[in-house]
Design a protein. Structure first.
Length: 98
């Protein structure tokens, strides 16, 4: 393999580990939920989902999952949620005991 190609592959692997280099400004995806398939999008820090829950709350499990997956690769305003953070592995509606 040509040495310049090897260098590019090594650089790409390093970049892939350094996710703080990446910020998504716009995103559109299909999310296969338990009951239906939904369209989720992010544009200019504003989320959108076509599920019924999003209509009322302006967030939903689909958006929350994408926020968790993408983490710091989202603009800061797109990382926030109106819901308090649940403990890792907690069931929906479950709270941490004091």
């Amino acid at each position: 393999m040509h040495s310049s190609v090897i260098g590019k592959i090594e650089k790409a692997n390093r970049y892939a580990r350094e996710t703080d280099r990446i910020t998504f400004d716009r995103l559109s995806l299909t999310f296969r939920g338990d009951n239906d398939t939904h369209r989720v999008s992010l544009d200019a820090d504003a989320w959108q989902c076509n599920c019924h829950y999003f209509e009322s709350w302006k967030t939903c499990a689909h958006v929350l999952a994408i926020q968790k997956i993408m983490g710091q690769m989202l603009p800061e305003a797109a990382q926030t949620s109106p819901f308090p953070a649940a403990p890792e592995g907690a069931a929906v509606g479950e709270t941490a005991s004091a």
